[in-house]
Design a protein around this ligand. Structure first.
Ligand SMILES: *[C@@H]1O[C@H](CO)[C@@H](O)[C@H](O)[C@H]1NC(C)=O
Ligand SMILES: *[C@@H]1O[C@H](CO)[C@@H](O)[C@H](O)[C@H]1NC(C)=O
Ligand SMILES: *[C@@H]1O[C@H](CO)[C@@H](O)[C@H](O)[C@H]1NC(C)=O
Ligand SMILES: *[C@@H]1O[C@H](CO)[C@@H](O)[C@H](O)[C@H]1NC(C)=O
Ligand SMILES: *[C@@H]1O[C@H](CO)[C@@H](O)[C@H](O)[C@H]1NC(C)=O
Ligand SMILES: *[C@@H]1O[C@H](CO)[C@@H](O)[C@H](O)[C@H]1NC(C)=O
Ligand SMILES: *[C@@H]1O[C@H](CO)[C@@H](O)[C@H](O)[C@H]1NC(C)=O
Ligand SMILES: *[C@@H]1O[C@H](CO)[C@@H](O)[C@H](O)[C@H]1NC(C)=O
Ligand SMILES: *[C@@H]1O[C@H](CO)[C@@H](O)[C@H](O)[C@H]1NC(C)=O
Ligand SMILES: [Cu+2]
Length: 565
């Protein structure tokens, strides 16, 4: 079919909000396929994009729209999510399986329109279908608008540092065995930096990420945590890091010798190559506070390699990272994040709150099926909840069910408060608290309502840190603390001046975190813990944000090639 220029222009105006966007539109091709990869002396097939691991980096400028043609040449259903991209009015392209779309079947294709608006900095993309994200991920770099600069001196070079995880076994096998046994998943065999385990793992001595630097120059490291089961500490030996951004938003610069980064988060840091020419380790390791939760204890390493002549046999020490259960170190880094709050990068924290929500986050149990044995405590099956509801996927995705009013897929009675008030963080909570209710419940928000949501971690079954991720929005993190949230006292200490603007925030172990956002992006938006085991146990829910009154505040129509269930 041939289109006339007039038809092309009309098409542009209708679908891409104007000609400029249409002509500037960049297309990416993402082909997913199982391919051979070697790590830790073991070769196996993994699902990857365009033969690359980590996958390709997407480069855009602030405010651009791109189209990614996702082609599934693999053997399993899959979906791709653009993590941290608000996707204004376009939940259709967001990606979470059974929330905004049905999976792309093997042999299928879906062209996702990814709409960038306010995002500025580092984000990432990953699969959002069971645990396929373990190998399917890559960086998204949002450069400043043409003709504008960073709010810091231009670095000599920019480098994504993607933390990942590697299992010797197949991910589907891992996932099904996890679901079947009802306990914690088998821990991974290695952490990775840009796909490389590094020399603390036997068989990987030479498989190490290597960054060459010139003395006297400054490098922007765009750190992304794509690990599936742990918050991580990261650092570079003998070097301080100056944090300048997080989750696609600039921060007030601050200096630290380590970074705490949750799965889902990005942290941008400036590394000044200001030491004697040598080789210096970078390293990452797990933060895990919950006693008895198994986690990989080894570190992953990479090398900062100064250009020049020196004796490379002089091994430098590893960076001095906090101990694995140092909650103070984890929390104090996160609490240092502040928005830039400048004239060019203002904050817009909602001050008049119309919708107050209080959500508890718990690890729970279900009885094991009769005749089966389960690995949860006392022969139970582990579960997890938000306000005591264990989320279950619908059979038709929520967005489709909402848009086409298909009955019976979800209920709109997600509770604003937990069903029971108790001392959430007290030791030895009664074992009756461990059971939960299964359901597919959503919270409906009026368009333009201003939401305050307080997450409260509970100590049911020992507590945990929960990196909570909201799709469709970034939110201001106005407060956080250890213990129980105090409705009278804690709001007095909220930061309403320069709170960080995040899409993922770790609710501390037996603590709370308060976030605020304006519900001005209509659609169906998933919210979940970004530790995959907690999400798979049910620590998930979704918001439906209604359309506003004007056509510009309505969801866009669905694209013609939405995958079907
Ligand atoms: C994902 O997991 C569910 C069970 O939770 C299963 O029914 C479904 O087949 C899985 N999808 C793929 C692609 O493995
Ligand atoms: C998980 O780990 C256990 C203990 O190390 C091992 O026996 C089991 O085979 C592993 N499971 C899978 C699916 O590999
Ligand atoms: C962890 O690191 C130690 C010391 O480098 C090494 O001996 C050990 O084999 C590593 N463990 C794994 C699982 O690779
Ligand atoms: C890192 O920063 C700390 C605190 O500002 C300072 O004491 C230390 O000397 C710095 N280290 C390096 C290697 O610059
Ligand atoms: C941290 O772990 C160490 C063992 O490695 C233990 O002795 C200590 O009590 C733990 N601290 C906390 C706060 O759990
Ligand atoms: C909750 O439990 C903690 C830990 O035992 C205790 O310190 C605190 O006083 C309790 N709070 C209330 C309101 O009972
Ligand atoms: C959660 O719901 C279950 C089932 O209704 C109930 O037995 C349990 O007590 C509830 N737990 C809490 C902490 O509200
Ligand atoms: C949203 O609400 C604010 C007040 O909180 C109001 O100023 C603004 O006009 C509203 N926007 C829309 C599109 O309704
Ligand atoms: C793939 O997705 C389709 C559509 O939702 C579903 O019917 C099918 O069971 C899925 N296959 C697997 C293996 O999960
Ligand atoms: Cu969690």
């Amino acid at each position: 079919m041939k289109l006339s220029i007039f038809e092309i222009l009309l098409f542009c105006l209708l679908f891409f909000n104007g000609l400029h966007h249409c002509l500037a539109i960049k297309r990416y091709r993402f082909e997913l396929k199982e391919e051979k990869h070697t790590k830790l002396c073991n070769t196996k097939n993994i699902l990857i994009v365009n033969g690359q691991f980590p996958g390709p980096t997407i480069h855009v400028h602030k405010g651009e729209t791109i189209i990614v043609d996702v082609i599934n040449s693999g053997n399993y259903n899959v979906t791709i999510h653009w993590h941290g991209v608000a996707m204004e009015r376009n939940p259709w392209g967001d990606g979470p399986e059974y929330i905004t779309q049905c999976p792309i079947p093997p042999g299928g294709k879906f062209s996702q329109k990814v709409i960038f608006t306010v995002e500025d900095g580092t984000l990432w993309w990953h699969a959002h279908s069971n645990w396929t994200r373990a190998t399917v991920y890559g960086a998204i770099i949002v450069h400043p608008k043409h003709g504008t600069n960073y709010p810091f001196p231009k670095p000599h070079a920019e480098v994504p540092i993607i933390l990942g995880e590697w299992w010797k076994m197949d991910i589907q096998t891992l996932y099904y065995s996890f679901l079947q046994k009802g306990g914690d998943p088998n821990v991974s065999d290695a952490y990775l930096i840009n796909g490389h385990p590094g020399d603390s793992y036997p068989c990987s001595k030479r498989d190490m990420f290597n960054l060459r630097v010139d003395q006297g120059k400054t490098y922007l490291l765009r750190i992304i945590n794509s690990v599936t089961q742990n918050i991580m500490f990261f650092g570079v030996a003998n070097h301080n890091l100056t944090v300048v951004g997080s989750d696609g938003s600039y921060t007030k610069p601050f200096t630290s010798d380590y970074v705490t980064i949750s799965p889902g988060q990005t942290i941008d840091v400036l590394l000044e190559a200001n030491q004697n020419p040598n080789q210096y380790y970078m390293a990452a390791k797990a933060y895990e506070r919950t006693p008895n939760v198994p986690f990989p204890r080894n570190i992953t390493t990479g090398i900062i390699h100064y250009n020049g002549k020196y004796d490379t046999k002089n091994t430098t020490p590893l960076p001095n990272l906090p101990v694995h259960n140092d909650t103070d170190a984890s929390v104090s880094f996160t609490n240092s994040l502040k928005s830039l709050a400048s004239k060019d990068h203002p904050v817009n924290v909602p001050l008049d709150i119309t919708t107050e929500l209080f959500y508890t986050l718990s690890i729970n149990t279900f009885p094991c099926e009769i005749g089966n044995t389960c690995e949860g405590p006392g022969n139970t099956r582990l579960a997890a909840t938000v306000n005591n509801v264990t989320f279950e996927n619908p059979t038709v995705d929520l967005l489709e069910a909402y848009y086409h009013m298909i009955n019976g897929q979800f209920q709109t009675n997600f509770p604003n408060n937990p069903p029971l008030k108790f001392n959430y963080t007290a030791p030895n909570l009664p074992s009756e608290f461990r059971s939960s209710e299964r359901g597919t419940k959503v919270k409906v928000l009026e368009y333009n309502s201003t939401v305050e949501l307080v997450f409260q971690g509970t100590n049911i079954l020992g507590g945990g840190d929960h990196p909570m991720h909201l799709h469709g929005y970034s939110f201001y993190v106005v407060g956080s603390g250890l213990g129980n949230f105090n409705k009278e006292k804690d709001p007095l200490n909220y930061n309403l001046v320069d709170p960080p603007y995040q899409n993922t925030i770790a609710v501390p172990y037996n603590g709370w975190t308060a976030i605020r956002f304006r519900a001005d992006n209509p659609g169906v938006w998933f919210m979940h813990c970004h530790l995959d085991r907690h999400a798979s146990w049910g620590m998930e829910m979704a918001f439906i944000v209604k359309n506003g009154k004007t056509p510009e505040s309505h969801m866009l129509p669905p694209p013609p090639d939405m995958p079907r269930c």
